[in-house]
Design a binder for this molecule. Structure first.
Ligand SMILES: NC(=O)c1ccc[n+]([C@@H]2O[C@H](COP(=O)([O-])OP(=O)(O)OC[C@H]3O[C@@H](n4cnc5c(N)ncnc54)[C@H](O)[C@@H]3O)[C@@H](O)[C@H]2O)c1
Ligand SMILES: O=P(O)(O)OC[C@H](O)CO
Length: 365
């Protein structure tokens, strides 16, 4: 008589991580550990991680990761679970995956999806961890990352956003995240794959809002950095976070009028805004921009060793969308962030004008 259980007979799900930067490497390792512990009946132990090939200290980055189990370039000083295998060929990395975890910097997503087209399993589904969006050239309006994935690959796409600074996740200190999904079966799978007592997930159907918040907070975190660079102090920074959250909510409500406050108070909203405005790369670089007078591009090249700032690109995209809708003046923080990044106005102009924010005009005695 066979001693196999029904779990042994059920085909295990294969996971591929599409991206291997700072966050890509940290989440790959978390997932690698999770499938090895409580996920071993449900998931294949080997996790494929697509890694764009490059040279690091005379060695191919994929070989370096597979030899040392560390991504010395993008996540130094943190071991990656050794069941995560770095693969340089994108098609090879994704072809057998049932779950595709997307985590490339947002500007590279379209090209990555195009290359994957026709090379993935038909019943696969995606989870996007990418914070950013595009502007649709035809409509001049927002084009979400999850829409690009769905439309290019014809698969369902969930989103995961939250206060998740990669090096802290890699150090295994507690954090939480928000999953946007309308698919119950996929939610259950993602809970088994990621949720743990050190990485708690909460699930909501507001996929689009969750994604927008993840992108917009990068812009407000830059403004917090400008303010800190100007030594404005905690009161001003707190006001920027409050007014910034207001603008983030108003922006989301251009598309989802009836959305309730609940989602904005989740990790994808207030919590990520706070974490990013205390210690994110966008915040740090914006602070340095004020202190050094260097451009954000120069700071990114000098300080980030190939990591990517998502805030400046998203600020430009939001500016284009608001301009097209003739709404720039209703969103002065989102508007001015782009003008500062583009060096059209000085950061001080933004902080000097905080007292004229529309928020104060709608609540006068
Ligand atoms: N780092 C974090 O703390 C963090 C946390 C949560 C979410 N995120 C989001 O995750 C996404 C990815 O961020 P990250 O920190 O993993 O990346 P990163 O900033 O470390 O970027 C480096 C990665 O980009 C890749 N890359 C460079 N050129 C490329 C190209 N032409 N095509 C494809 N890939 C290319 C590199 O190979 C490397 O893997 C972003 O949207 C970011 O906002 C980051
Ligand atoms: O380092 P940042 O500014 O890209 O932000 C990182 C994460 O998004 C924080 O949740």
């Amino acid at each position: 008589m066979s001693s196999k259980t029904s779990a042994d007979n059920k085909k295990k799900l294969q996971v591929a991580i599409v991206g291997s930067g700072n966050w890509g490497s940290a989440i790959a390792s978390h997932i690698g550990e999770k499938v090895r512990s409580s996920g071993k009946d449900q998931f294949e132990e080997k996790i494929s991680m697509w890694c764009k090939e490059e040279d690091v200290d005379g060695e191919k980055i994929t070989e370096l990761i597979n030899r040392t189990h560390e991504n010395k370039k993008y996540l130094p000083d943190h071991k990656i679970s050794d069941n995560v295998v770095a693969i340089p060929d994108l098609k090879e990395a994704v072809k057998d995956a049932d779950i595709l975890v997307f985590v490339v910097p947002h500007q590279f997503l379209k090209k990555t999806c195009e290359e994957m087209k026709g090379n993935i399993k038909q019943n696969a589904f995606a989870l996007s961890l990418i914070k950013g969006f595009y502007v649709d050239d035809k409509t001049n309006d927002i084009l979400l990352i999850s829409e690009v994935i769905k439309n290019t690959l014809n698969i369902d796409c969930l989103t995961m956003m939250g206060a998740n600074i990669a090096k802290e996740v890699a150090a295994k200190v507690f954090c939480e995240a928000t999953i946007g999904t309308k698919n119950k079966e996929h939610s259950t799978i993602i809970k088994s794959l990621i949720d743990s007592d050190k990485f708690r997930l909460r699930f909501f159907p507001d996929v689009e809002i969750i994604e927008m918040l993840g992108a917009l907070k990068n812009i407000i975190a830059m403004i917090a950095g400008f303010s800190e660079g100007l030594e404005c102090g905690f009161n001003t920074r707190a006001a920027i976070l409050r007014l910034g959250l207001r603008e983030m909510i108003e922006f989301c409500r251009l598309y989802h009028k009836e959305s309730s406050y609940e989602i904005y108070l989740e990790s994808c909203g207030m919590a990520d805004l706070v974490a990013s405005s205390l210690g994110g790369r966008n915040y740090d670089s914006a602070k340095k921009f004020v202190q050094t007078n260097k451009s954000l591009k120069e700071i990114e090249e000098e300080d980030l060793n190939g990591q990517s700032l998502q805030g400046p690109g998203t600020a430009e995209e939001v500016y284009r969308i608001l301009k097209n809708k003739n709404l720039l003046d209703r969103f002065p923080l989102l508007r001015d962030a782009h003008l500062i990044c583009d060096q059209k106005i000085k950061p001080k102009q933004l902080t000097d004008n905080l007292g004229n924010h529309p928020e104060f005009q709608t609540n006068q005695q």
